[in-house]
Design a protein around this ligand. Sequence first.
Ligand code: PHE
Ligand code: ZN
Length: 873
Amino acid sequence: MKQEKIYLKDYKSPAFTVDSVNLDFNLNEDFCRVVAKSQVRRVHPGEMRLNGEELKLISIKINGQQLNADQYQITEEELIVPSVPDSFTLEIETELQPQNNTSLEGLYKSNGIFCTQCEAQGFRKITYFFDRPDVMTSYSVTIEADKAKYPVLLSNGDRIKIEDLGNGRHKAFWQDPHKKPCYLFALVAGDLGVIRDTFTTMNGRKVNLEVYAAHGKQERCWHAMDSLKKSMKWDEEVFGLEYDLNDYMIVAIDDFNAGAMENKGLNIFNSRLVLADSNSATDVDFHSIESVVAHEYFHNYTGNRVTLRDWFQLSLKEGLTVFRDQEFSADMTDRGVQRIEDVDALRAGQFAEDAGPNAHPVRPESCMAVDNFFTMTIYEKGSEVIRMMQTIVGRKGFRKGMDEYFKRHDGQAVTTEDFAAAISNPNNKDFTQFRRWYNQSGTPVVSVQENFDAAKGEFHVTLEQSCPPTPGQPTKEPFHIPLMMGLLDKSGKELSLSCDKITVNTDGKNLMELKEQKETFVFKGLKERPVLSVLREFSAPVNLRWEASENDLYFLMQNDTDSFNRREMAQKLGLRLFKKMIQQARAKETLKVDDRFITTMTAILADESMDPAFKAKMLQLPSYAVLAQEEAVLDAEAFYQARTTLRKAIAAANRAQLLNIYRKYHGVEPKSREPKVFGHRALKNQALAYLADLHDPEIMEIVNKQYWDAQNMTDRMTAMSILADSDSAHREKALQNFYEEWKNDSVVINKWFTAQATTTSRKQVLEDVKALTKHPAFNITNPNNVYSLLRAFGANLVRFNDPNTNAYEFYADKILEIDPKNPQVAARLCAAFNFVSKLEPAMKEKALTQIKRMVAVESLSKNSRELLQSALT
Ligand code: PHE
Ligand code: ZN
């Protein structure tokens, strides 16, 4: 295996283009033959190098002439033909073993269904080809297979015909009218159930929609279908983008490394992101399905029609498409609550990544394994970068820029610079400095200083930015940071601003655009000291250092006109309190809970005017993931003490209130999927979780009753998770029951694994997880099983880093077991070691021992190696 790095600076435009390719698949139980016939044209002089891995070459022909062994060379990763004509027909026949393909990239089999996954570099496991996104080609495909076993034969584009071959086999013909890079190629062959619907586009074209799943499960696909139609409509309304084929197909597959894949006209999905009904799926599942279906649909323009020049540009499509799906979700549900959720996820995951050993820029400059680019930085921080562009130019300006982007680049393979230029030019903005967001890694820190000069009636806000060093980037240049802001008077009224440095975007939002390392904004004409509200809507992915007074924070929490900041202030207050309590715990002192914080929580609970979904967010305390970033030392036990003590105090002080909330909403419209009802359920289940922290038998009876009487999965899962994390006598029976009920359902049984892997009160969780890896329901070759049990455990900061156990050793064993079979899945587990530098010496030693042990394995994949190695430097 090659272990070298590749670099963006080495990019060269392709030496050959392919005008069209015809792929002919002959699928059998123990082998598959692929004939790829391409029309190739030379662009630059030189030899022809084709990518290919783990392939058996049967023959290679140029213009019909078979090449002899001395006319080409085969290495582990390439097929090289030193001498070819300027324009020719290339015909390559390869043989594959999809039935033995455990990496789940290229062509593989899942539960008897043939399917493909080509992003990022899986196509080279199907045939020798120019496996790079800037080679865009027209595809025609034929698939031949046994008719009884594989009645459904699918590929991209238009269904031309299906022929019965008479010998028990049949053959399907597909043609994709749009050019595409090979990572968007897809094929599915199997015995599948399907649901059908149609969508009429804004220009009156009728599109056939099909969602496929294992036989018998297709009725659980209606929510995905519904989500697809909503996405198609939204993209027309918001961006004027109309679907461009006659058919749109989604296929649900049980064994899938990632969430879903946007193959042109034929999306392949992890079945966990398609299958749902109220018995089997939680409110959160319904929401995720809606957003991922939308995400993959939106890729049709942002990713497929305009694609990537090279993989370093991955955020060009992923950041933009995440931004689009977040905006879609905001329009489908509640904009304020959606923003809170998106920022929570960004902070917990991406900020940690950006502060860890594998921090990288949104547009990276080097890598070992391209697959390792599918990170929260590329996706979620990438989305924040796009959001900042929209904030700077306003929504109208952003739409103008998007129109310009498609006008300039439809059908092309482009770069993040091209995108930034398309947005900035028509808006007459200069994004030269802004582009540093693409090149510099790390989360910038913005410190805020306020000063009120009563005599002059001036309020001074001084902002100073810095960015911590990250791997390969010891120092940084200043960023262009848009900070949305406002000033409030004593009564909570928004003041009009008199400051010549403020920009007002076309949406009427006030921005402090920080460009220098340090800048002061002077607000004039103020009779009294205003209260500053800054970083509204989380307008930039930064960490604020702002020593605002407690009074101001409480004031903003109650009065800010920006709902994001109201909740943000609650988090800030929670964090300040946690910091003290963690210190007390580390010093073995008694933990002191702050009365004012409790009283405020009581007031929030009592506030009838507050939207329940938002209230649920207000009541949430900062997560362990956030604590781990804020604290210099990851002291799992101290974190746990602080968090449970505070939760208990809130519950004890508000027992009656919490029970009232619970009773008010429990059992009301249990089958409804209205966003409003989701909010009610979120709030009442949160009330129940707080109450459960009291370890009061009466409460545990309520939890148990909710488990057994539940009429939807949200209620059932909430109750099961609470029981799983308790020593209640009801625990075993509920877990047993859940298993019996869902043991044959691969999607649902994962919830059972996660509930047990994420317990924090239960000290023996490592033993539980070990036992579960031996459970008949656990299959280590299934990515969902691995993620829901092992990755969930690795993200359980309290128990994964429990000093009384050695979870690291067990975890390393599992990584080493998975890595040879499926490097992508193994690599996704490695992030559990990102916090190593924050561990106390004894724990750090234990972790480093395991990392070194893994890295010492010579056959370790480059995927895992790249991520682990950095933790050692
Ligand atoms: N491109 C997919 C997405 O929409 C993610 C993916 C990456 C899927 C790699 C499979 C393999 O985000
Ligand atoms: Zn995507």
